[in-house]
Write a protein that binds this ligand. Structure first.
Ligand SMILES: O=P(O)(O)OC[C@H](O)CO
Length: 866
C-alpha cells in the first residue's frame, strides 16, 4: 500500500514541477498501477505457493551453477576474441559514431553523452542488442535501456529505480541488548570496574549497560530501502559525469542471484581500492534485486551528514583499532560488535566488509585482517547460521577517484575525512575524468565446505605427522569477545580463508589499460619510447595476459587503448611529445625526417609514486617469475661478473640452490605478496615457475649425469617403491637438476624486465635493514624509524645510488619492520598509543643488524648489461 502512496506523491510532484497535463498523467499512472497490481498478484501467488520451510541450500545445485559459470566465462572470453575481429566491427564504418562504438560496448555510455538524442537511441539499441548477443567484456551497469511506456521513457531512471525490489532491513538493537552473552560481558566489565574504581556493583552495572547501549547506537546501521533507491537514482545520474562506464559480466550477476536465492547470507569481501567500492557494490545489489548488505565501515567515516547517509545505505561503524580501555582490552566493545554481527546474520542480513582493512596505498592488495571474518566463522561454528556464501570481489579503476596516496607514502599522516573535505573531494571528482571501472565477482564459495576441506587437510597432515595436533573445533561459547578468544586452530582457519579470499580476488583483479601502460613505462621504457614501440610491447603483453586467461578489461585497437590510457593518466604522470627523427636512407646518401610521438613516464618524485600505484597492479601477474629471476641473479652474481664464464657461455645453476634462494626471497617479501593459496605448497609453485622459465628458454635444463652407484640406487628405489622413497628420490632429483643461463639478447632483456619490477621493493627493504643499526642500544617509535629510512632513501635517490623514486614508500617500510619482528630481530610495545620499536636482546648489536642486511642485500645485485 505504501508503494502506491509513494507513486501518487511522486506523480504529484512531477506534475507540479513539469507542468504536465493531468490526462497524460492519468495514462502514466494507470500503466504504473497496472504494473504494481501485476507485481502484487505475482507476489501473492508466490506466497501462496511457497513451501512452509525456507529453501535449503543445495550444494550440488551451486556446484552445477559454478561449473556453468566457468563454462560461460570461458565461452565469453573465446567469443570476445572472435568479436574483436568481426561483429563489433560490423557496424558500418560510414556511421559517424562507428570509431567510438567499435572499441567496446562499455564505451557506450561515453558515446551516449557525446551524440545527439536521435543517433543516441539508434546507438543504444544497436549496442545493447550486441551486448545481449555477445557480452564479451560485460555490460555498462550505469545504463538503463529505454523504457516501453511513456512514463519510463520520460523518466527512464526514476521508473527503473521504482521497479527495484523492495526489502525490509530489520534493526536488531533489542535482540543484541538482550543477548545472554552480551549480558555476561556487561556483568564482567561491571565487575572489573567495581574492582578497579572501587564503586558499587549496581553503579558499575548501570554504567556498563549504558556503555553497551551507547556503543551499539553509535555502531548500528539504519539501512533504508527508500534511501537506497534515491541514491541508486543519483548513481545513475552522477557517476556518468566522471566515469565512462562501470562494467560487469552478466554471468556473474546471474551467479550472485543464484547464491542469493538459496536464502543463505552472502558475505561480500571486496578488495578495497576506493570509497566508491561500497557505493558500486550496493548499487549493483539493489539494481539486481538482491538484498543490500550491511557494510562494516571505519568510524572515520562517521562524519556529519555523510555518516548519516552511509548508515542509511547499510554502513555500520566500527573502530579502526579496538583501543585498550585504560590499558586493557575493550571487552565490552568486542562483545557488542560480535553480538551485533551475529544477530544481523541471524536476522537474514547480507554482510560486506573489507578484508584488507583500509584502501590499498600501493596498488597491491594488502595482507588480510581477519577480525570480522573470525566473527562470521564463529557464527557458523556456533550454529547461528547454517552456512554462508563468501564472495571475493575485485574492483579496479582506470583512474582512482579518491586522488592519490602520495602524501601518506611520503610519511605524512592521513588527513582525516571531514564534512568539508568530503564535499570538496566530491566536487573535484565530478569535474574529473576517470575512465572505466570494472567489477569482478569471484565464484561464491560455501563457508561450510571451506571449513570441511580445511579440517580434512589438517587431519591428513596430522596423520602424516602424528606430532601435529588435528584440529578440534570448540563451540564458540568461549569466543564471546570476538577475535581475541578464538582458539589457535580456529585462528589458523580464519587466516587461511582470509588469505584465500585475497589471493582469489587479486587473481581476478580486472587489468585496466592504465595498469599495463604504467607498468610498461616504469619497467621497460623508463627513459621513454615512441608510441609505435609502446604499441608493439603493449600488444605482446596483452597477448600474454589473455593467453594466461587473466581478466583483461579492455578491447579494441592497442593504439587507441594506449591513447585513452595516456589521456586518463594525464600529463602529470606521463608526458607525450612530438619529435622529429632524421634517418639515413639509401646507404647514408639521403636523409628522411619522421615525426614520432615520444612517451615518457614522469619518473621524478613525487609523481612516480602515483604512477607506480597503477603499475603495481600488474606485479601480481609477474611476481613469481620476478622472484625466480631475482634469485637467479643473486645466485649467479660471481659468474655473471666473470667475463670468462660469459665468453664461454657456461653459466649454470643447480635447481636446488635456485629454489632455496627463491624461497628466501619469498620469505623476505611475505608481507608484500600472497604467493599462493594457503592450500598450495610454495615450494611446488617455485619449481613450476623455474620450469616455466626453462620452457621459455631463459634457462635450459642440462642433461643429468648419474654416477654408477646413483643409477643402481635409482633402480633399487624403483623396485621397492613406497611413498617415502618416492619423496626421497624426488628430492634427490631436484638437487641434481642443473640449468644453464641463456645469454641471448632477447632472453637477457626479458630477465632484466622481470628483475626490474621488484627492484624498488628490494631497495626499500635493504635501506630498512641498514637502518636497524640505529636501534642498537636504544628504542625509536615506528614513526621515527620510518622517517629515518625515508630520509636515507631520499638521499640515495637524489645521489643516484637508488635508481627508483618509488622505493620511497611508507607501506613497504612498515612491512619490513613486521618482517624483522617475525625474524625475531625486532620487538615492539605500545606506549600511549605509539608503537615503540627496539632490537631483541640477543640482536642488540651492530653485527646482528648487519646479518639482517646481508640476508637481503644479495637480491639487490644489478647485472651489467653492457
Ligand atoms: O583507506 P582508509 O584507511 O582511509 O579507510 C577507508 C575505509 O573505507 C574506512 O572504512
Amino acid at each position: 500500500m505504501d508503494g502506491l502512496i509513494e507513486i501518487f506523491l511522486f506523480c504529484g510532484v512531477i506534475c507540479y514541477f513539469f507542468n504536465l497535463r493531468p490526462n497524460k498523467m492519468v495514462d502514466v499512472l494507470s500503466t504504473r498501477l497496472q504494473e504494481v497490481y501485476a507485481k502484487w498478484e505475482t507476489r501473492t501467488e508466490m506466497t501462496r505457493n511457497a513451501e512452509p520451510t525456507t529453501t535449503r541450500f543445495s550444494l550440488d545445485g551451486l556446484r552445477r551453477a559454478g561449473q556453468q559459470f566457468h563454462r560461460r566465462k570461458i565461452q565469453d572470453r573465446e567469443q570476445s576474441r572472435k568479436v574483436r575481429e568481426s561483429s563489433l566491427y560490423s557496424i558500418k564504418e560510414t556511421e559517424p559514431l562507428a570509431p567510438l562504438i567499435k572499441h567496446r560496448a562499455s564505451f557506450l555510455h561515453y558515446c551516449c553523452r557525446t551524440c545527439t538524442p536521435a543517433s543516441r537511441d539508434t546507438l543504444v539499441k544497436s549496442v545493447l542488442k550486441q551486448q545481449q548477443q555477445q557480452q564479451p567484456y560485460g555490460i555498462n551497469i550505469l545504463l538503463v535501456p529505454p523504457g516501453s511506456t511513456l512514463f519510463s521513457r520520460v523518466f527512464n531512471y526514476v521508473s527503473c529505480v521504482l521497479s527495484f525490489k523492495r526489502y525490509d532491513y530489520p534493526m536488531v538493537t533489542g535482540t543484541v541488548l538482550n543477548d545472554e552473552k552480551l549480558k555476561d560481558a556487561i556483568k564482567l566489565t561491571a565487575w572489573e570496574t567495581a574492582n578497579n574504581e572501587g564503586c558499587s556493583e549496581e553503579k558499575a552495572l548501570a554504567k556498563a549497560k549504558a556503555r553497551a547501549r551507547n556503543i551499539l547506537l553509535q555502531m548500528e546501521s539504519r539501512c533504508s530501502d527508500t534511501l537506497l533507491k534515491i541514491v541508486s537514482w543519483l548513481v545513475y545520474k552522477l557517476l556518468p559525469c566522471f566515469l565512462q562506464s562501470a562494467v560487469m559480466l552478466p554471468t556473474q550477476i546471474e551467479l550472485l542471484k543464484q547464491a542469493d536465492d538459496t536464502g543463505l547470507p552472502l558475505v561480500l569481501l571486496p578488495l578495497h581500492r576506493s570509497h566508491l567500492d561500497y557505493i558500486m557494490i550496493s548499487f549493483l545489489m539493489v539494481a539486481n534485486n538482491i538484498r543490500n548488505p550491511l557494510i562494516a565501515a571505519g568510524d572515520n567515516l562517521r562524519i556529519p551528514f555523510f555518516g548519516w547517509l552511509l548508515r542509511g545505505l547499510g554502513a555500520f561503524f566500527i573502530k579502526r583499532r579496538i583501543d585498550p580501555e585504560s590499558g586493557r582490552k575493550d571487552l565490552l566493545y568486542r562483545a557488542t560488535l560480535q553480538t551485533y554481527i551475529m544477530e544481523s546474520l541471524r536476522a537474514g542480513h547480507n554482510m560486506e566488509f573489507f578484508v584488507e582493512g583500509g584502501r590499498t596505498r600501493t596498488g597491491k592488495p594488502c595482507m588480510p585482517k581477519s577480525g570480522i571474518l573470525s566473527v562470521i566463522v564463529d557464527a557458523y561454528m556456533d550454529g547461528t547460521i547454517e552456512d554462508a556464501f563468501l564472495i571475493p570481489i575485485a574492483i579496479n579503476y582506470e583512474r582512482l577517484v579518491d586522488g592519490n596516496f602520495v602524501r601518506e607514502q611520503l610519511g605524512q599522516p592521513k588527513k582525516m575525512e571531514t564534512f568539508t573535505s568530503t564535499i570538496k573531494a566530491m566536487w573535484s571528482t565530478l569535474m574529473g575524468r576517470y575512465g572505466i571501472v570494472k567489477i569482478d565477482f569471484c565464484q561464491p564459495f560455501s563457508l561450510r565446505e571451506m571449513v570441511k576441506t580445511f579440517q580434512a587437510q589438517q587431519n591428513k597432515l596430522a596423520l602424516r605427522n602424528p606430532s601435529e595436533r588435528p584440529l578440534k573445533y570448540t563451540m564458540s561459547n568461549s569466543s564471546l569477545y570476538g577475535t581475541d578468544v578464538i582458539v589457535e586452530e580456529q585462528r589458523q582457519l580464519v587466516d587461511s580463508i582470509a588469505r584465500h579470499v585475497v589471493y582469489d580476488s587479486s587473481k581476478s583483479m580486472p587489468i585496466m589499460s592504465t595498469n599495463v601502460v604504467a607498468f610498461l613505462l616504469l619497467n621497460k621504457f623508463r627513459d621513454g619510447c615512441t608510441l609505435d614501440k609502446l604499441v608493439e610491447t603493449f600488444d605482446s603483453m596483452r597477448q600474454e595476459l589473455e593467453f594466461a586467461d587473466n581478466n583483461v578489461a579492455f578491447c579494441g585497437e592497442s593504439v587507441d587503448i594506449i591513447k585513452h590510457a595516456l589521456d586518463i593518466l594525464g600529463p602529470g604522470l606521463v608526458t607525450q611529445q612530438r619529435q622529429e627523427i632524421t634517418e639515413a636512407v639509401n646507404g647514408d646518401q639521403s636523409y628522411k625526417s619522421n615525426v614520432v610521438i615520444a612517451i615518457r613516464p614522469v619518473s621524478i618524485l613525487p609523481n612516480v609514486i602515483e604512477l607506480s600505484y597503477y603499475s603495481n597492479t600488474m606485479l601480481l601477474y609477474y611476481v613469481m617469475d620476478s622472484i625466480v629471476v631475482t634469485a637467479l641473479y643473486a645466485e649467479l652474481q660471481s659468474q655473471l661478473n666473470n667475463p670468462i664464464a660469459i665468453a664461454e657461455n657456461n653459466i649454470t645453476v643447480l635447481q636446488n640452490s635456485l629454489l632455496e634462494r627463491a624461497l628466501k626471497l619469498c620469505d623476505i617479501l611475505r608481507y608484500e605478496f600472497i604467493f599462493c593459496r594457503p592450500c598450495q605448497e610454495l615450494r611446488d609453485i617455485v619449481i613450476e615457475t623455474i620450469q616455466n622459465l626453462s620452457h621459455k628458454g631463459i634457462i635450459t635444463q642440462k642433461e643429468q649425469v648419474y654416477l654408477e652407484d646413483e643409477l643402481w640406487s635409482k633402480r633399487y628405489a624403483r623396485n621397492f617403491d613406497d611413498s617415502s622413497d618416492e619423496e626421497y628420490s624426488r628430492e634427490r632429483e631436484i638437487q641434481k637438476i642443473e640449468y644453464k643461463l641463456s645469454l641471448k639478447p632477447e632472453h637477457s632483456s626479458r630477465m632484466e624486465f622481470l628483475h626490474t619490477m621488484l627492484r624498488p621493493l628490494i631497495d626499500t627493504y635493504t635501506c630498512s635493514a641498514f637502518n636497524l643499526r640505529k636501534l642498537v642500544d636504544r628504542s625509536l617509535s615506528e614513526r621515527e624509524l620510518t622517517q629515518e629510512v625515508l630520509s636515507e632513501i631520499k638521499t640515495k635517490v637524489d645521489g643516484g645510488v637508488v635508481s627508483y623514486g618509488e622505493s620511497l614508500c611508507v607501506d613497504p617500510i612498515k612491512n619490513s619492520f613486521r618482517l624483522f619482528e617475525k625474524w625475531n630481530v625486532l620487538e615492539c610495545h605500545m606506549q600511549d598509543n605509539v608503537k615503540i620499536l627496539y632490537l631483541k636482546e640477543d640482536c642488540d648489536t651492530a653485527a646482528a643488524t648487519k646479518n639482517v642486511y646481508d640476508t637481503i642485500a644479495p637480491f639487490k645485485w644489478v647485472r651489467n648489461m653492457d
